[in-house]
Ligand binder design. Structure first.
Ligand code: AMP
Length: 199
């Protein structure tokens, strides 16, 4: 089972992916996080991607896809997975479908978290990551509108897209996402009850 959390930078994808991951005990795969870690550790991947990440540009599709392909083939991502920040282009969306088809699975659900642009800028400035200066934020939003937004249509046509209003506090948005998951995939059981059941 693969769930994609989708939305512009700053809508709270990472926070919501983490909450969902903890609630259901599903692995969380964030490409942005994987890149930031690689940059911090100075790995060959980190050196290849740092210019893009620091300038608010997308890492080339081949590179982003290779990272995801490697992780998706491994445990725990091989079982159930929440994708956060991937796919970000149509080419990545197609590549993801191929990768998952080879593993006999597919994207089940895409949740688009919608937040007004001025609120996004406000939140990102408050977050204060190194790539969160106002100029780079505007750059990332432009990249999102141009390259990432079209991916929504791809999933809408497949009937996989669900919209969630992200203009609320973290817990409220989480509950909205949980409701969408329940209504589309059904009861997943939360991590705590799975743990209790195995005792
Ligand atoms: P995020 O943490 O999702 O905001 O991603 C931070 C940065 O990592 C982005 O601004 C891009 O430079 C890069 N990045 C993350 N995911 C992708 C992706 N799927 N394709 C290309 N670049 C990505």
């Amino acid at each position: 089972m693969v769930i994609v959390l989708f939305g512009a930078p700053g809508v709270g994808k990472g926070t919501q992916a983490q909450l969902l991951s903890q609630r259901y005990g599903i692995a969380h795969l964030s490409t942005g996080e994987a890149f930031r870690q690689a940059i911090q550790q100075g790995t060959p991947l980190g050196k290849q991607v740092q210019e893009y990440v620091h300038n608010g540009l997308l890492v080339p599709d081949e590179l982003a896809t290779a990272v995801v392909a490697e992780l998706l083939a491994q445990s725990p991502y091989r079982e159930r997975c929440i994708l956060d920040g991937f796919p970000r282009t149509l080419q990545q969306a197609h590549a993801l479908d191929e990768l998952l088809a080879q593993q006999g699975r597919s994207v089940e659900l895409v949740i688009n978290i919608c937040v007004a642009e001025e609120e996004i800028v406000r939140r990102l400035l408050a977050r204060g990551r190194p790539d969160d200066t106002e100029a780079i934020i505007r750059q990332r939003l432009a990249v999102y509108a141009e390259q990432t937004h079209p991916v929504l249509e791809y999933y809408r046509q497949q009937g996989k897209l669900h919209e969630v209003d992200g203009n609320a506090d973290i817990e409220t948005v989480h509950q909205r996402i949980v409701a969408v998951v329940f209504n589309t995939i059904g009861p997943l059981g939360d991590a705590a009850s799975l743990h209790r059941a195995s005792e």
